[in-house]
Design a protein. Structure first.
Length: 418
């Protein structure tokens, strides 16, 4: 019984789906131009196959000419998405299915050719759907009149011979056949739309490139957010711990001031990143930190109780913006790493710009803390990996490891990145 019910539902499903009737509407809309042109020539009152063949062929040159315009492709694509494919709440619907049909202007003659083929196909299938939509209901009326024993004035090309009550029982069959014909014709049209209005190979490559760019942008934002917020939290934890153990009101006051300034900078970075995520593709006008702001990083580290020496050689202000900004983030992460794992031991920072050599060199060293004496601030190891990734994207390199009893982060970036 269950199998029988499933079979019945499968048979009736095309008649109960909303997309069947939106596809029917799409088919009938495609026949409008045929009837408009046919009203001009050769007319719509013919009764021969040759006459209606002319009605089907006369609009074809007009359709082919319209397909040359690039804007016709998105116009057809939007209609196909709206009427031929299931909506987001229907079974099998949603944005994934609708993405099979593009809505972009034709970028090549191949796209124009596919659009032209689609428009001719839509014209002819629409004309067929219109003829069936007129003739099959007329046939039902013919059968009904024959069953009731009266003469019929229905405009059906098929005539029912004689009169018999049994013809009335057959009257619903042409309408039912029309519904299934429209469901099948609509499904075939939707399949053709996916092939002819779907993305070409070049468009698929372009979509993949755009997706890759968006992922890279989000990855860069994630790294920047990790560096900024991670640095702020590390400094805050270290300063709070140092203030608690120092027992000095003056030191505590300096630590709270540093915590406030570091937190404010982190909130500014967080707000900027969130604005970019909410409005992708739009550059933020606010100033982003660069190597010229290295002193602020050092002051924050010093306020945490670390002994930091900063040496800057070369014209930092002449470093290109992307290199300077990424260099600042790398220096920030190196200092954060030192504070996280070395505590308040002396940290030597050297940032040197060698314009003649065409590169920026960053070098951060800190003595290794005794086992169990560094501050417990957690950390997943993503920071140094992010430094290496940033350097690689700029065509440089970054190394981190033990050197002569100290931990060293060394970065070299070209002034003219690829």
């Amino acid at each position: 019984m269950a199998c029988h019910d499933d079979g019945m539902r499968g048979v009736l499903r095309p008649l109960t789906r909303a997309v069947t009737y939106t596809r029917w509407l799409h088919l009938l809309a495609g026949a409008v131009i045929a009837f408009v042109c046919g009203a001009v020539y050769p007319g719509l009152d013919g009764d021969t196959a040759g006459h209606w063949l002319l009605v089907a062929l006369v609009p074809v040159p007009l359709v082919l000419g319209a397909a040359v315009f690039p804007a016709m492709r998105p116009a057809e694509g939007h209609q196909a998405r709206l009427l031929l494919l299931p909506g987001p709440h229907a079974r099998g619907g949603g944005p994934e299915g609708r993405s099979a049909i593009v809505a972009r202007p034709s970028a090549s003659w191949r796209d124009r050719g596919r659009t032209a083929l689609w428009m001719v196909l839509r014209l002819e299938t629409g004309l067929l759907a219109a003829v069936l939509s007129l003739q099959l209901p007329a046939l039902s009326l013919e059968l009904l009149d024959a069953g009731l024993g009266r003469e019929s004035d229905a405009a059906s090309v098929l005539r029912v011979p004689g009169h018999h009550w049994g013809f009335a029982l057959l009257a619903p069959l042409p309408v039912l056949a029309l519904l299934y014909a429209m469901a099948g014709l609509g499904a075939l049209t939707a399949g053709a739309a996916r092939r002819l209005l779907g993305p070409s190979a070049a468009e698929r490559v372009e979509e993949l490139e755009e997706l890759t760019e968006r992922l890279l942008e989000r990855d860069a934002l994630a790294r920047e957010l990790h560096d900024s917020v991670g640095h702020a939290l590390t400094v805050t934890v270290v300063q709070a711990g140092a203030a608690r153990t120092a027992g000095s009101p003056e030191f505590t006051d300096r630590a709270l001031t540093a915590i406030e300034e570091t937190g404010r900078e982190a909130l500014e970075d967080l707000d900027r990143v969130l604005r970019v995520l909410r409005r992708p593709g739009r550059e933020e006008a606010g100033r982003r930190p660069s190597l010229e702001d290295s002193g602020r990083l050092v002051e924050a580290a010093r306020a945490a109780g670390a002994e930091v020496d900063l040496e800057v050689t070369g014209p930092v202000g002449r470093v290109p913006g992307p290199v300077s900004r990424e260099g600042h983030r790398m220096l920030q992460e190196a200092l954060t790493n030192a504070l996280r794992h070395a505590g308040t031991v002396p940290v030597t920072v050297r940032a040197r710009v060698a314009v003649g050599d065409g590169r920026v060199e960053l070098d951060v060293r800190n003595p290794l803390a005794p086992e169990g004496h560094g501050p417990d601030t957690g950390g997943s190891g993503n920071g140094l990996r992010g430094v290496r990734e940033r350097a690689a994207l700029l065509g440089g390199r970054a190394d981190a490891g033990r050197v002569a009893g100290a931990w060293r982060v060394h970065v070299e970036l070209p002034l003219d990145p690829p």
